[in-house]
Design a protein. Structure first.
Ligand SMILES: [Zn+2]
Length: 210
């Protein structure tokens, strides 16, 4: 918790306004969103079973979560990412993987964006669960086109062979990504992990496209 939030809590003072990140109305001490906006957040989708793991998402990829994630990824709104990550934790932490593996960005994309949103999420979820982040376990072997402009089969072809697995890996890991759409990126990453001896590859993400 930030110092100013702790102070506000400790003194129970209401005269620091704390606007909701969505509507600007008073959100209450240390809260990111007002109760009315929170009531409009999408539900978590059901856990999705894959051949060698399960996909856990905290929200359906719908308003207002979609806009908050876009702000986090494309407009450096790291605060939005952190708030969503904290809200997601109780849903995700039900599974107990032995390591969290953020989906890496190619170095050219990382340089452009300045941060890897998946690594930011993995760090937050590691702090909340004590599960270590294996930040170097997956490497982007090559740059890929932006997935959001592609259709299903094109997405799979685009990320085929995009990853390499490195180092010693535990039997049960979770990939960390912001949005799970067709699953092509995670499937390509899971393929190299399973080939490297990992037995179970779950996915932890903020949101899943229905
Ligand atoms: Zn609000």
């Amino acid at each position: 918790m930030k110092f100013v939030d702790r102070l506000r809590n400790a003194l129970n003072i209401q005269w620091f306004p704390n606007p909701c990140r969505l509507c600007g109305e008073e959100a209450g001490p240390a809260a990111a969103f007002c109760t009315q906006c929170l009531a409009g957040f999408p539900e978590p989708p059901p856990v999705l079973a894959l051949a060698n793991g399960t996909v856990h998402a905290a929200f359906l990829y719908e308003a207002p979560v979609d806009g908050l994630i876009q702000g986090f990824k494309f407009h450096e709104d790291l605060g939005a990412g952190r708030h969503l990550a904290r809200m997601a934790l109780p849903v995700l932490a039900a599974g107990r993987p032995q390591a969290l593996l953020p989906i890496p960005l190619h170095v050219s994309r990382l340089r452009q964006r300045g941060f890897n949103q998946s690594l930011e999420l993995a760090r937050c979820w590691s702090r909340g669960t004590g599960i270590p982040v294996f930040g170097q376990a997956l490497v982007r072997a090559r740059a890929t086109a932006v997935q959001s402009g592609l259709k299903g089969a094109e997405r799979a072809a685009n990320v085929q062979g995009a990853f390499r697995a490195t180092g010693l890996l535990p039997a049960h890991v979770a990939l960390v990504d912001d949005v799970y759409t067709t699953g092509a990126t995670c499937a390509a990453a899971a393929e190299v992990l399973l080939a490297a001896g990992v037995r179970r590859v779950d996915v932890w993400c903020l949101a899943r496209v229905p």
